[in-house]
Design a protein around this ligand. Structure first.
Ligand code: ADP
Ligand code: MG
Length: 702
């Protein structure tokens, strides 16, 4: 193949109006190195240069406005770091203040008195007077064509200072389009795809996104470019999945004695249909001869542990060892106790391996695993240490996986010559778009049903001044024999402070419950493990009525008799975390409550979060809302993943396009898995190219 010697690879400094200085700055500030990079610097919005508002007509309803007038009265106000420049813009109907916190003197130097300017910016009000800070200013040119969709680009203060403003980018872009043509931006999508999905041709889309002829053109251009970006991402993900599926896996042909014995005689309840379905899916995977890579999603309390247990029995019936890895010591302990009890009648040895298992005991476990006499081991990330060797690990289960680093998952593969089947269980419902991207290479099973008899949890939002009433309520619940969680936020950056507020909270709770008949335990991340265990145990065993805790209890802990969850400073938690915490109650037969305590005055967003929590207990709704409110980067540690580095597509709003591209990618790969056919060559090259550019750590799940 001849290297595509494309004009788009030309360094951006050679473009008219750029030059070495701005070229270097464009690279440093916006990572724009070549013509091609500039082309992909898409407008952040468009303004209507035809529409001008009279200053006298401005109201609080306006957000972004374009005004036209003359600029006078430059002044410098304030002291040192609060220093700012102001000026006044006059039109025939009135005047408005313009403000600069930086770079004001540069603007002042360049404004000509008596010249007419178009001024664009976001309106704010101070003491009832309108102003615009850091407006975009452009000399009004009466003979220039009016355009209802002029592009506005993101830029930086440094670039602005060198004359590359939000709107001057348009001039660069114009210069660029004088140099390129349809050959420079060849089509990469197959003709039938273009036709079937009614997509704008590639060159046209790039031109129309920068200089749309109309709103409609812009819409089509945007759709086409998003489509291309998402299709490439889906192709990458599905190819990865295809690779997994080509990986040979252990075969578990038998549903054997242990599985059946347990299922028929020792199951403490009947499985929900959803649990049965997921177990069946796992059965099929482990029978297929291919390696399983499955994500089991199920809301808190949906019974994932039982699915894990049955899968481990299946492995053992076929002579394979299993591991179950939990994110915390407490959770590993709890799984261990529960599973050991359930398996006692079957005489299946179960071991635990965590950081606290030491000395002789540890040696025994390690030996048992290496010799293959321990069929099931439960633990924390201690399980992936190099010293842990298995005789024949057939199944690795990761519980509540969002707490695990990708590298820890990857390490599981080195435990055997052949990779074990991998089951990832998560209680964090994953919004559809994330499921299609970050986890797109895993097969997904959903436990979409809770065990019968669960009573809905009543969620109540109360501000601080209701505390006495809340405490009285807690007393009444304890009188009825219930147990209570009181959770305090703990945010790493201010750990010390939070820790103090937790201790103060603990003292406060004790003060509310002075009678020694009330017993209060406390657990937090800073306690020595054995102390934490002891306190936790006091609560699990029913000895303590109240557990004051940090979010260490967020994941997995199961105390059915605990029916009230009080979350202190709820405004400091994210939605998904609140949902996880709430999931700790409502596990028994009693009516359960979740009380969200907040300060009296909270932000609009916090209020919105509280209201979502009180209105729904559907984990998927909450996850979608969380994604909308916070953006994907903060959630599930996806920021580093690279899977969401989209230039134009938007993981929240482009679900439909994502689904279309998923179908299209699937169809393309079904016909041409290696993308070798001539009409897919261009796609293959693009994928290859972007793979070299990005380190996609998230691939390492495999
Ligand atoms: P999670 O999915 O949050 O990990 P668990 O596996 O901890 O949920 O199960 C929550 C509770 O529900 C446990 O007490 C478990 O014994 C119980 N449970 C699980 N499956 C069923 C079922 N099919 N019927 C009744 N109770 C069940
Ligand atoms: Mg669980």
């Amino acid at each position: 193949m001849t290297l595509n010697n494309n004009i788009l690879d030309t360094p951006v400094e050679f473009l008219k109006g750029v030059g070495p200085l701005r070229g270097a700055l464009l690279l440093k500030e916006l990572n724009i190195q070549s013509y091609g990079d500039l082309l992909k610097h898409f407008p952040m919005r468009y303004i209507d240069t035809a529409g001008i508002t009279n200053i006298s007509e401005l109201t609080h309803e306006h957000e972004y406005v374009q005004l036209r007038g003359v600029i006078f009265n430059f002044k410098e106000e304030g002291q040192s770091f609060r220093k700012r420049h102001t000026a006044t813009l006059y039109d025939k109907t009135g005047s408005i203040e313009l403000i600069w916190f930086q770079g004001g003197s540069y603007v002042q130097k360049n404004i000509q008195p008596n010249a007419v300017y178009n001024v664009f910016g976001k309106l704010s009000f101070f003491n009832g007077n309108a102003n615009i800070s850091h407006p975009e200013i452009e000399l009004f040119n009466a003979s220039a064509p009016v355009n209802s969709m002029q592009p506005v680009y993101s830029t930086t203060e440094k670039l602005k200072a060198k004359g590359v403003t939000n709107r001057s980018f348009a001039k660069l872009m114009q210069g660029l389009f004088e140099k390129i043509n349809e050959q420079s931006i060849p089509e990469i999508l197959p003709a039938d795809v273009l036709q079937h999905y009614k997509l704008m041709p590639r060159f046209e889309a790039f031109r129309q996104i920068h200089f749309p002829a109309s709103e409609k053109h812009k819409w089509h251009a945007e759709r086409r470019l998003k489509w291309e970006e998402l299709l490439l991402s889906q192709l990458k993900i599905l190819k990865l999945k295809l690779n997994h599926h080509q990986q040979a896996g252990f075969i578990f042909p038998n549903v054997g004695a242990h599985f059946n014995e347990f299922f028929n005689n020792h199951l403490p309840f009947s499985l929900t249909n959803a649990q049965k379905r997921v177990i069946k899916e796992i059965r099929q995977d482990t029978f297929s001869g291919k390696q399983m890579n499955r994500l089991v999603q199920g809301d808190v309390g949906s019974g994932k542990t039982m699915v894990a247990l049955m899968s481990m029995l299946l492995a053992w019936d076929n002579g394979f060892q299993s591991l179950l890895m939990a994110p915390t010591e407490i959770l590993a302990q709890q799984h261990y106790q529960g599973i050991k009890e359930l398996l006692a009648p079957l005489h299946i040895p179960v071991a635990i391996l965590t950081g606290t298992v030491k000395g002789k005991e540890r040696k025994q476990v390690l030996e048992g695993l290496a010799k293959g006499v321990i069929p099931i081991v439960i633990g924390t990330h201690a399980l992936v240490e190099d010293t842990v060797k298995f005789q024949n690990l057939g199944l690795a289960i990761i519980d509540e996986q969002h707490r695990f680093g990708v590298t820890q998952r990857a390490k599981l593969w080195t435990k055997n010559d052949h990779p074990p089947h991998v089951l990832v269980m998560t209680a964090t419902p994953i919004p559809r778009t994330l499921a299609m991207t970050v986890y797109g290479d895993l097969d997904v099973s959903v436990i979409d049903e809770l065990p019968p008899g669960r009573k809905p949890i009543e969620t109540i939002h109360r501000s601080e001044n209701f505390r006495p009433k809340v405490m009285q309520f807690l007393k009444n619940e304890i009188e009825k024999g219930r147990q209570i969680y009181i959770v305090y936020p703990l945010i790493e950056e201010s750990e010390k402070l939070d820790y103090e507020s937790l201790k103060a909270g603990y003292e406060q709770v004790k003060a509310w419950f002075p009678d020694p008949k009330y017993r209060v335990a406390m657990v937090h991340g800073k306690q020595p493990l054995d102390e934490k265990e002891r306190n936790m145990h006091r609560f699990v065993s029913g000895d303590a009525h109240i557990l004051v805790a940090t979010t260490v209890i967020e994941v997995g802990v199961n105390v059915p008799n605990a029916s009230v969850m009080v979350i202190e400073s709820s405004e400091r938690f994210g939605l998904s975390q609140l949902h996880q915490l709430r999931g700790r109650v409502g596990r028994g037969s009693e009516k359960s409550y979740c009380i969200l305590l907040t300060g009296f005055e909270i932000s609009k967003e916090s209020r919105q979060r509280m209201s979502i929590m009180t209105q729904t207990s559907d984990g998927f709704v909450i996850a979608e809302e969380d994604l909308k409110m916070r953006g994907p980067g903060d959630i599930y540690g996806t920021r580093q993943s690279g899977a969401l580095d989209f230039k134009i597509a938007d993981i929240i709003h482009d679900v439909e396009i994502m689904e279309e591209t998923k179908v299209a990618a699937q169809t393309i790969l079904n016909n041409d898995p290696m993308l070798e056919q001539p009409m897919h060559r261009a796609l293959q090259i693009q994928i290859h190219h972007s793979r070299n550019k990005q380190v996609q750590q998230w691939n390492k799940i495999s």
